[in-house]
Design a protein. Structure first.
Length: 257
């Protein structure tokens, strides 16, 4: 292994360790001081924290095993999922609690933007225009900026901004799921199979439908517990990104020629 490869591996390991450490610190803080803005039903704290750990592990493993632009964006998604499913951090002081909530909201919006970013550039190696990237990550940046203004900003403004940012983040997540399914149906068969799009589409469809129906009360048990089905999404994405073989479609076409 060359010196450059060793340095690259060490750099990836450092970033992965930093991501894992940040999620762990946030999770411990959320467990010790849960936020009043987001309530987690009794008995689901540990399962949802493990769901977050699954998101993070998938992102870190995919990026370490096959470092590229796709897995770097997927690492952002995994890091954000680790924070999101770990819960928000609370505080005794109202302004501090609101600030921490906007930090939590910023990381959540970052994950939804990263997922949408990934589907927009996968499986073809395309670069998005700068204005598209700015639009994708603007909600996360806005939430981070608002986190620094909670001490003096009007409460009504903060509440309205939080509602808008949550809506935008949810729309990003919904759009990403729909686009993955659209990409599955519109991509050429050879490229679709090489990019493992059937696996991704199955994970997105099954995980989202089960979580949605369960949260609607159509399945027995605690509605929030059905969010655990979303864990299939990062798993299938990680498998697809690591095992993706861009040259497979070309080889098949050469054999058929």
């Amino acid at each position: 292994m060359s010196q450059q490869s060793v340095r690259s591996a060490v750099s990836r390991g450092s970033w992965a360790a930093a991501a894992a450490g940040g999620v762990l610190i946030w999770r411990v803080a959320a467990f010790r001081s849960p936020s009043s803005f987001i309530g987690i039903p009794d008995g689901l704290q540990v399962p949802l924290a493990l769901l977050g750990a699954l998101f993070l592990a998938c992102g870190v493993l995919a990026w370490c095993l096959r470092p590229n632009r796709w897995t770097a964006i997927f690492l952002l998604y995994g890091f954000s999922g680790g924070i999101h499913w770990g819960g928000a951090v609370g505080a005794a002081h109202a302004a501090t609690a609101m600030s921490l909530f906007f930090v939590y909201l910023s990381v959540t919006a970052l994950g939804d933007a990263a997922l949408l970013h990934l589907v927009l550039i996968y499986p073809k190696q395309r670069m998005l225009p700068k204005w598209v990237c700015t639009a994708l990550y603007l909600p996360a940046a806005a939430a981070a900026l608002l986190a620094a203004t909670t001490a003096f900003a009007p409460k009504q403004l903060l509440e309205a901004a939080a509602g808008i940012l949550l809506l935008v983040a949810n729309l990003f997540s919904l759009a990403a799921g729909i686009l993955f399914l659209v990409r599955f149906f519109t991509t050429e068969r050879q490229v679709r199979l090489a990019a493992r799009l059937p696996l991704i589409a199955a994970g997105v469809f099954v995980g989202s439908i089960v979580a949605l129906l369960g949260a609607s009360g159509l399945f027995p048990g605690e509605p929030e517990s059905w969010n655990l089905a979303l864990g299939v999404i990062p798993v299938t994405l990680a498998i697809a990104l690591v095992s993706h073989s861009p040259g497979a479609a070309t080889r098949r076409q050469d054999r058929l020629a």
